[in-house]
Design a protein. Structure first.
Length: 372
């Protein structure tokens, strides 16, 4: 039977970052993923500079072989309403393709990879776990995304009672004819909030790839809303008329919208498995990377004792960084708030300083350095 210091279930940004950090601390690490990489993941593929810094990503080297679209402006507004353009003097974010970034991070992590291997069973034997009857480890890290099987084992009610964000999206490479007729500027992604302010649609060009999607609380007429959004983009000549129409759907939890207990004896959850995405923007890669680094630091300090009490500092770190996880979905915007929200979203000052700088770019929140 194979043995390791830590088994990570899921090789997305959370799993690969935790593996990378633990390997550099001297742990033996196995990453198991049901997919064979490179694999795609539904995502707009927007990362903030904090992610680049925490991952110590060499942007020049990365951009030589992968899509890395600098972003220096945004066009924002309400669906069906006016638009505001906000420009920055520097690069404030990047566009990546998940099929590329996730594979890059996983390969560089230095972990032993078990790809195409789903987590199927777990059994307690003394102070150790035996997973799939084949891997023995004192510690399992759940990084399997929203439907993480480790989270399920720890008691999360996946799907059933959790108020998740539902999203539909498409990403495709444009043909030369489509590219010639596309008026989207890669440096300026477009974001449009739903009328009820419970989500937003986006259109995002990354080199020759186009990414279009809509994510919102509840799945209220999601397909209709995204079809209408695409029709508007086509009518304004921003995107080609003949885009593919096979949109795919996925769900995930925003921090504070559900309660997942992130630790148990010998087990710990990171990234979407712990439900950590930022509530205002839905950005989940940064919390995935940061929770992975906080988990690694906690495990280093645990010196091989992975009892619940020893893992508590991880919960404290999450709370200090993202706030307490309380269920806060009750508040529904009433029509007055929607009207005010609609007005504010076309106000240039509010758009720059609140929507973009505070909600989407988290200016003022310091970067979490890789603790290695
Ligand atoms: C439509 C959409 C757009 C988004 N856009 C953005 C964006 O632009 N920027 C941003 O920051 N965030 C975005 N997010 C959120 C972001 O995609 C997630 O927060 C992020 O992927 C979380 O990373 P993770 O490593 O926790 O999980 P994941 O990336 O979901 O990785 C989980 C891994 O676990 C594996 N796995 C699952 N089950 C098992 C099993 N049983 N056994 C073994 N392996 C398993 C999966 O194959 C997968 O590789 C978006 C989400 C959606 C749905």
């Amino acid at each position: 039977m194979e043995s390791c210091d830590a088994l990570i279930v899921g090789g997305g940004p959370a799993g690969s970052t935790c593996a990378w950090a633990l390997r550099r601390m001297g742990f033996t690490v196995v990453v198991m993923d049901k997919a064979v990489f490179p694999r795609d993941k539904l995502c707009a593929g927007w990362i903030t500079p904090a992610v680049v810094q925490s991952l110590q990503l060499d942007t020049e080297a990365y951009a030589r072989e992968h899509v890395l679209q600098p972003i220096c402006a945004f066009r924002t507004g309400m669906l069906g309403g006016g638009e505001v353009e906000t420009r920055y003097a520097e690069t404030v974010s990047y566009g990546i393709r998940r099929i590329e970034l996730d594979n890059y991070l996983l390969q560089r992590s230095g972990a032993s990879l078990r790809l195409g291997a789903a987590f199927k069973s777990v059994e307690r034997q003394g102070d150790h776990w035996v997973v799939n009857g084949a891997i023995r480890t004192p510690l399992i890290i759940g990084a399997g995304g929203h439907f993480c099987p480790v989270a399920r084992h720890m008691g999360a009610q996946l799907g059933a009672s959790e108020p998740a964000i539902t999203a539909q999206e498409i990403e495709f490479e444009m043909t030369p004819a489509q590219s010639a007729s596309c008026r989207m500027d890669g440096k300026t992604p477009e974001l449009y909030f739903c009328q009820d302010l419970k989500g937003y649609a986006w259109c995002f060009r990354k080199n020759n790839y186009l990414n279009i999607g809509l994510g919102r609380e509840g799945n209220h007429r999601l397909s209709d809303q995204i079809r209408h959004f695409c029709d508007t983009l086509k009518a304004s000549g921003k995107i080609p008329q003949d885009i593919p129409n096979h949109f795919h759907g996925h769900a995930y939890l925003l921090h504070g919208h559900g309660v997942r207990v992130p630790i148990a004896d010998g087990m710990l959850l990171i990234g979407d498995a712990a439900g950590l995405a930022y509530p205002q923007s839905g950005e989940g890669i940064r919390p995935a990377v940061e929770s992975a680094l906080m988990a690694a630091e906690t495990l280093r300090e645990a010196h091989g004792n992975y009892r619940l009490a020893t893992l508590q500092p991880y919960v404290a770190r999450l709370q200090a960084r993202f706030g307490e996880s309380r269920r806060t979905t009750g508040a529904r915007p009433n029509s007055l708030r929607q009207t005010i929200g609609g007005l504010l979203l076309t106000n240039r000052w509010f758009t720059r300083h609140v929507v973009l700088d505070r909600w989407f770019l988290h200016h003022g929140q310091e970067t979490l350095p890789a603790v290695l």
